[in-house]
Design a protein around this ligand. Structure first.
Ligand code: HEC
Ligand code: HEC
Length: 419
């Protein structure tokens, strides 16, 4: 009687263990990894002939376009740029791509204050959002504007000892040896030759193609009457943004919300911690999609837009490089002291610059699909581990079963004898 009870219990647990192992095997087999080669649509996506809407085609914006005459955007060039941007092969140990630190969902910024490079090192500054990089008249890049052009800039992270850790010579050899780059270079530049100049041109084309113009703000520009799609709060925020009290639009200019030069906004009294482009001045990316690209500023010090607004409200520090726009007539930092409604209105307005179609646009998305593992050694290792697990558990179960049976038998014998 008792023996049977044990037996059924044991059968039950054995079934459970087998079911569990099967489940583990299935789960590990389904674990997706990134494909090692890109999958691109048969018709090349359109980058070169996207007509700019009026709010970008107008001279205030179009005159700031830093596209050089020798590197216009082409469909094949930007497609190659897209593959390069998402390819971990650009790093020394195949772990890190441009998109590791410039994520589409974050408006091509990074949600971390500082970004993690290929060898787990941290970058010195926060990774900026990239939309509208094309519209910056002096054409210089990085928070401190140390890159003279975007073509120069895009090769720097590849060679940076924290970010990707490659040399350009190594990279050319590595890319030429892949199954997919020679054809992509051929389509973009007319021959299969992989050169760092071509890598630079393709990456720059891809970054310049990232223009965002489908936000609530853009819908407001063409609404009749204009901005009738805005809530009252968003309209109040817009007015404040453009007012001489807040002065935001004097630096975040035009309908593309771009800057004209690096400026010092009085983040710190002591500017020697990071002099940026000189005198504590920093470049600022377009405010398009800013709600998606927290944290903020060159060091990622502010986690929320409310904190940013609070800085402009009463946090601006006097320092030797403070921008004249942020000083009052007596040369002191301005203190607009926004009330809670104004603060909320400014944030609501900044939220109207979010463009969901930009952060989900296939043209800017990861071309390396997720797949089940194809790596044979990995699979073999998994199978060996699972078989060992199964053998060990079955062995353990059998031993327990035998031991129990033996003890039950002897107990029954004992009882017989008593009887
Ligand atoms: C490990 C993280 C990391 C990787 C990888 C990385 N970046 Fe960056 N990127 C940053 C950081 C941090 C900055 C700001 C550095 C500074 O200004 O000093 C930056 C700045 C930039 C800028 C300047 C934007 C502007 O408006 O001035 C561009 C453009 C850019 N990166 C493109 C790329 C491209 C293209 C790649 C791949 C080849 C890449 N990044 C790889 C972190 C990264
Ligand atoms: C004097 C020029 C100037 C004025 C005026 C100004 N800004 Fe800025 N803004 C900048 C600069 C420069 C930065 C980048 C500073 C840094 O990172 O060190 C910046 C950064 C920002 C950021 C963070 C962007 C990011 O991606 O990290 C936001 C948001 C912002 N400003 C909103 C505003 C608002 C709202 C106002 C008005 C209340 C305003 N700005 C007024 C120049 C200005």
């Amino acid at each position: 009687m008792r023996f049977r009870k044990h037996l059924s219990l044991l059968t039950l647990s054995a079934t459970l263990v087998v079911a569990m192992s099967l489940f583990i095997k299935r789960a590990s087999a389904q674990e997706a990894t990134r494909s090692s080669s890109p999958v691109l649509p048969s018709n090349t996506l359109n980058y070169e002939s996207i007509p700019l809407p009026p709010q970008y085609a107008n001279p205030a914006v179009s005159n700031t376009d830093n596209t050089p005459a020798d590197n216009p955007i082409t469909d094949a060039g930007a497609t190659l740029g897209r593959v390069l941007f998402y390819d971990v092969m650009l790093s020394a140990n195949d772990t890190t791509s441009c998109a590791s630190c410039h994520q589409q969902a974050n408006g091509f910024g990074d949600s971390a204050e500082l970004s993690t490079g290929f060898n787990d090192g941290l970058t010195a500054r926060h990774s900026p959002a990239l939309s509208n990089a094309r519209f910056y008249a002096n054409g210089r890049f990085f928070w401190d504007e140390r890159a003279a052009t975007l073509e120069d800039q895009v090769l720097m992270p590849i060679q940076d000892s924290v970010e990707m850790g490659m040399t350009l010579d190594e990279l050319e050899i590595k890319l030429a040896a892949t199954s997919y780059y020679p054809a992509l270079f051929d389509e973009a530049f007319g021959s299969e030759e992989v050169t760092s100049e071509r890598i630079s041109h393709a990456l720059a084309q891809f970054v310049r193609s990232m223009i965002s113009f489908n936000s609530k703000f853009d819908a407001g520009l063409v609404a009749n009457p204009p901005f009738s799609n805005f809530t009252q709060q968003e309209r109040a925020g817009q007015q404040l943004f453009n007012s001489n009290r807040a002065r935001c639009s004097q630096c975040h200019e035009t309908t593309a919300f771009i800057a004209d030069q690096a400026r010092n906004i009085g983040l710190d009294r002591n500017i020697n911690v990071d002099l940026g482009a000189g005198n504590g001045r920093f470049k600022v990316a377009s405010l398009r999609n800013v709600a998606l690209s927290s944290p903020y500023m060159h060091d990622g010090r502010f986690a929320t837009l409310e904190q940013v607004v609070d800085h402009y409200s009463n946090g601006i520090q006097a320092n030797p490089g403070l921008d004249p726009i942020l000083q009052d007539n007596a040369g002191r930092p301005i203190r607009p002291n926004f009330n809670p409604q104004e603060r909320a209105a400014l944030v609501a307005f900044l939220n109207t610059l979010t463009d969901q179609s930009f952060v989900t646009d296939e043209r800017f998305s990861d071309p390396f699909p997720l797949t089940v593992p194809t790596n044979v050694t990995l699979r073999q290792a998994q199978t060996t581990a699972q078989s060992t697990f199964l053998i060990l558990t079955s062995g353990f179960l059998l031993t327990t079963l035998t031991l129990l049976a033996v003890s039950e038998k002897s107990r029954m014998r004992l009882r017989w004898r008593r009887v």
